[in-house]
Design a protein around this ligand. Structure first.
Ligand code: DX5
Ligand code: ZN
Length: 231
């Protein structure tokens, strides 16, 4: 089993030092920087807009993974693309026209992600599979970091992995990912682990150890470094 990619959610970083935090977490071994955009409407919290993403861009060497927890989504896609996102993820629950939203993301030349809340099934996914690069399985209800992992989502991960088959679509897990829950989701078919609290705990000096612990628990093992270096 290839080792999963680790996406660091800056929702758990020091909000007064985002540039330095992005550099530090990548230096410590994170593969992606995950930016949680919240609008106080689709989710009960407010975070960042496209200006923040544009400001972060020079501080992110690797993939900037932008998770839009906003509704409506479509009016903002261009702005996040211009801000330098590599992946733009929209929620299946965010509006009636997710197919159009995914088309709009792909039209910007960016990778398209589809996020699915814990209370939402996978019925629509087969119709969307050729439109997506990443499927983000929410293992908490979106809005806040530091919540408990919802174990009922493991079956959904397995179902999605089966639906994807050999298509080049990554399964990303977001919420409550720790050294305890990572092996469960990797065994079910996860390719990308988003983690906030588990990675940013303890300040900069702890980041490399936190990432190593997550990789070891996830089955990253010896090839993890080479795997990370190849991206
Ligand atoms: C929740 C966000 C997550 C969150 C993960 O709405 O989408 O990315 O920051 O944080 P942890 O790892 O603390 O559950
Ligand atoms: Zn997220």
């Amino acid at each position: 089993m290839p080792s999963p990619r680790i996406a660091a959610s800056i929702l758990a970083a020091d909000f007064a030092a985002f540039g330095a935090e992005c550099r530090a977490i990548e230096d410590a071994g994170a593969d992606w920087v995950h930016v949680d955009v919240m609008d106080g409407h689709f989710v009960p919290n407010l975070t960042f807009g496209p200006q923040m993403c544009a400001a972060l861009r020079p501080h992110v060497r690797g993939t900037m993974d932008v998770h839009l927890m906003i509704a409506p989504v479509d009016p903002w896609i261009e702005a996040f693309a211009r801000a330098g996102a590599d992946i733009i993820t929209a929620h299946i629950e965010a509006g009636p026209h997710i197919h159009r939203t995914l088309q709009a993301i792909r039209n910007t030349g960016k990778k398209a992600g589809l996020a699915i809340n814990p209370g939402t099934g996978t019925d629509a996914v087969p119709q969307l599979l050729d439109m997506v690069d990443v499927i983000c399985v929410m293992t908490v209800n979106p809005g806040f970091g530091g919540q408990a992992f919802i174990a009922s989502q493991i079956d959904k991960i397995r179902t999605l992995r089966g639906m994807i088959g050999r298509r080049p679509v990554l399964v990303e897990i977001d919420g409550g990912v720790t050294a305890v829950t990572a092996p469960l989701v990797v065994a079910a078919g996860a390719d990308v682990l988003v983690a906030g609290s588990a990675l940013f705990a303890g300040g900069k000096a702890a980041y490399a150890g936190n990432i190593a612990a997550l990789r070891a628990a996830a089955g990253g093992g010896a090839d993890a470094a080479g795997n990370a270096a190849g991206r």
